[in-house]
Design a protein around this ligand. Structure first.
Ligand code: ZN
Length: 294
């Protein structure tokens, strides 16, 4: 009798724990090549940031350290959201096709910093990310996109290469849509920690919605334009969330960045955000960071 109870209890316990895991959103971070040597750490940081919400189970799919990795074939369709920390050689053709199918049919995709440098000549990828930099990007890739002083979105078709930044510095992120699930409740402007402020990004920028910008000050080598810093792209049925922020580990320790990533990933996965903002969120005057500890 007692043995039967024990067996029944074990069966119940394993059922309960698998049910909990099944309720979580499944996230996949892709990495393996990046011109930012800190990438193994920033992957761990993003994994931990997502897990600490209690909403996500996070796995990592890593390519070989260089060249096209013929064995890189993640089963994208198993996941609710894919986060890219990858900036390297092209993926195998069938992996590219599987990824396009995954997003097009409703998969979530999160693009962080140098992930928008990757795959300059992969048209579908550029449609997904909306805007990108470097990687041979130029006027053929699509317009420069920014806000002017009147707060109007400009699509600038002028010639020139895509992607630039001045020296790193802390900068003000200005929320342009306070009624989106990702930005709702954020102060209208908040200081982001030391980072590269990407400007002159260009791309197809179709079905793109800018949630926040940052002024790329000429004093800091910038364009003098209000550059997209948080934005979304609808690609087929898929939701893409993109932030060009996140150059270094200290950039990702910004509490504003962390909350943006956590909310952006949930939104990309589900179209909703259930997370409150942390109380210690940065203000328009003050950067707020949280030291990363594994
Ligand atoms: Zn960088």
């Amino acid at each position: 009798m007692s043995r039967i109870i024990a067996v029944a209890f074990v069966a119940f316990a394993s059922l309960a724990s698998s049910a909990t895991a099944a309720e979580k959103l499944q996230a996949l971070v892709v990495d393996g090549q990046n011109n930012h040597a800190v990438w193994p750490k920033t992957t761990q940081m993003m994994k931990q940031y997502l897990e600490e919400t209690g909403l996500f189970t996070v796995e990592i799919a890593r390519t070989a350290p260089q060249g096209t990795d013929p064995d890189f074939k993640p089963e994208f369709s198993k996941y609710d959201v894919v986060v890219s920390n990858y900036n390297g050689a092209p993926w195998p053709k069938e992996t590219q096709e599987a990824f396009v199918d995954y997003v097009k049919s409703g998969g979530g995709f999160v693009v962080v910093h140098a992930a928008n440098n990757a795959f300059g000549d992969w048209p579908a990828y550029n449609e997904m990310i909306g805007l990108g930099g470097w990687g041979g990007r130029n006027e053929k890739s699509g317009p420069y996109v920014y806000f002017n002083e009147e707060g109007k979105l400009v699509r600038d078709e002028s010639q020139g290469s895509g992607g630039h930044h001045g020296p790193q510095h802390p900068f003000l992120v200005v929320v342009r849509d306070q009624d989106h699930p990702v930005t709702r409740g954020m102060p209208s402007a908040w200081m982001h920690a030391q980072d590269e402020l990407y400007d002159m990004l260009r791309g197809p920028a179709e079905n793109m919605h800018v949630l926040a910008t940052a002024f790329a000050s000429p004093d800091k080598g910038g364009t003098g334009r209000h550059e997209p810093m948080i934005f979304t792209v609808q690609y087929g049925k898929g939701r893409v969330f993109h932030t060009p922020m996140g150059h270094a580990d200290y950039s990702m320790e910004c509490i504003g960045f962390i909350a943006t990533l956590q909310r952006g990933a949930e939104w990309a996965a589900t179209g909703k955000v259930t997370q409150e903002l942390p109380e210690e969120f940065p203000t328009a005057d003050e950067v707020k960071s949280r030291k990363f500890e594994e």
